[in-house]
Design a protein around this ligand. Sequence first.
Ligand code: NAP
Length: 318
Amino acid sequence: MSYKDKKIYIAGHRGMVGSSIKRNLEAEGYRNLVFKDSSELNLVRQADVEKFFEMEKPQVVIIAAARVGGILANNTYRAEFIYDNLMIESNLVHSAYKHGTEKLIFLGSSCIYPRLAPQPLKEEYLLSDYLEFTNEPYAIAKIAGIKLCENYYRQYGCNFYSAMPTNLFGPNDNFDLETSHVLPALIRKFHEAKTEKKTEVILWGTGKPRREFLYVDDLAEAVRFLIEKINAKDLYEQGITHINIGTGKDLSIDELARLVSDITGYSGKIVYDTSRPDGTPRKLMDVSRINKLGWKHTTSLKEGIERAYSWYLKQFFR
Ligand SMILES: NC(=O)c1ccc[n+]([C@@H]2O[C@H](COP(=O)([O-])OP(=O)(O)OC[C@H]3O[C@@H](n4cnc5c(N)ncnc54)[C@H](OP(=O)(O)O)[C@@H]3O)[C@@H](O)[C@H]2O)c1
């Protein structure tokens, strides 16, 4: 049976990542997708998750449901970030095992790597040093998710593994300045500064940290590639527990801010509030493994930001 006919449950299908995976699979002719939003199925509740798996018995599970946010949200809601994420992934992985799911892909993020890990980040740097404090609860939960998949493979032979995308952006991103990631926050700040004819935009930190960004529809392509081509043993037999997904290219926050200001048409000054935290100095994924396996990103950063900005305008100002 082709993957197109298998019953695939995308947990978190309304989020930025889940909705992109849903669009991608539907466009490619996948016919048997199942979804539940958080009001119908709260994935933190174990009994509800078990009941859902007993009824639906999905053959493939993609975990794109998580409690997610930028530095401020991660650092403020520390207990909620660790609790919700541990519960969501434990409930899903265990139910998938109990109900015979044939393949499960767990999505984490690059914050699982130590704060001062050598760059670019190779898969094997996991657990080699201390984490960044501001997002430690989230990172610990995500590392637990990787270890759940690995050890359900080692003990039970489950075809469960993890993929770690770099920073993502695109349609359905979160533009709430209290909880958003850096790129959507920049789009919103520069757009508002342009329309309100402001002469300066203040950004947190020094502008020096370097980051990598992947357009979310490219990630969805990568997830489909993993569903169709890669199995747990392909990673674990190589001695790795997860696979990085990114572009392999980074830029400074200041370079990013200038790119976003050009795309949005803001022409005032950019000022840095250096009393605010910078977070990890550099985060760049080593993506040579997934590239060698046969997947590479296709959308340039500029093209991706243009698409994300046009989605933002349509969504909020039409
Ligand atoms: N955004 C990024 O830059 C980025 C980068 C790397 C990795 N990732 C990974 O990608 C995954 C998804 O991120 P995202 O940016 O798409 O986040 P998002 O837009 O905030 O979406 C999160 C999704 O999780 C669901 N969810 C949260 N708590 C839930 C609960 N208790 N029960 C059921 N569903 C729940 C939400 O469902 P409802 O909408 O139904 O409430 C939502 O659909 C995460 O694992 C994250 O680590 C994201």
